[in-house]
Design a protein around this ligand. Structure first.
Ligand code: HEC
Length: 141
């Protein structure tokens, strides 16, 4: 009886391990296929943190922060009609997925003296979705 119980415990254990590894394979597959609609939805949600201060489209106005139309490939601090900090104007940052990731993770660490009052996006998954959303929605036609 005791032996039988041990065997059952071992089997249940093995099953749990197998199940766990299968579900993590599934999760990875989902993450890789999330590029399209689901990721844009997640990016749109993430952008809620930004939209009080930023617009994205060609006709968008400056708010507390500058309009971000044509962001990718642009040099930081160059939008006409917006009063940037000296730190951002002098930074020579070129906006790319990589520099945006660093900026949005923690603006004050990445560029001390800037005036974007935003603490940062902590989640990597949210960050990836946000950057993808920005890429699609700030693209010049
Ligand atoms: C409280 C207002 C506020 C929030 C919230 C905010 N920003 Fe900003 N953002 C600013 C300001 C102000 C600047 C200009 C900073 C400077 O001049 O130092 C800026 C600058 C930027 C720039 C550089 C633009 C350029 O022309 O070089 C990017 C990119 C940016 N923000 C993206 C974002 C994103 C994405 C979010 C959301 C995750 C966000 N910001 C949240 C106010 C904000």
């Amino acid at each position: 009886m005791r032996q039988k119980l041990t065997l059952i415990t071992a089997l249940v254990g093995a099953h749990a391990v197998l199940f766990a590894s299968f579900s993590s394979v599934n999760a990875t597959a989902q993450d890789n296929t999330i590029t399209s609609e689901a990721q844009l939805k997640l990016g749109k949600l993430a952008f809620i943190r930004c939209q009080a201060c930023h617009t994205l489209d060609a006709e968008g106005e400056h708010r507390t922060g500058p309009n971000l139309y044509g962001l990718f490939g642009a040099t930081a601090g160059e939008k006409a009609g917006f009063d940037y900090s000296d730190a951002l104007k002098k930074s020579q940052i070129k906006w790319s997925a990589k520099s945006l990731r660093a900026w949005l993770k923690s603006p004050s660490d990445y560029l001390p003296g800037n005036k974007m009052a935003f603490s940062g996006v902590p989640s990597d998954k949210e960050m990836a979705a946000l950057i993808n959303y920005l890429k699609v929605n700030t693209k010049k036609n």
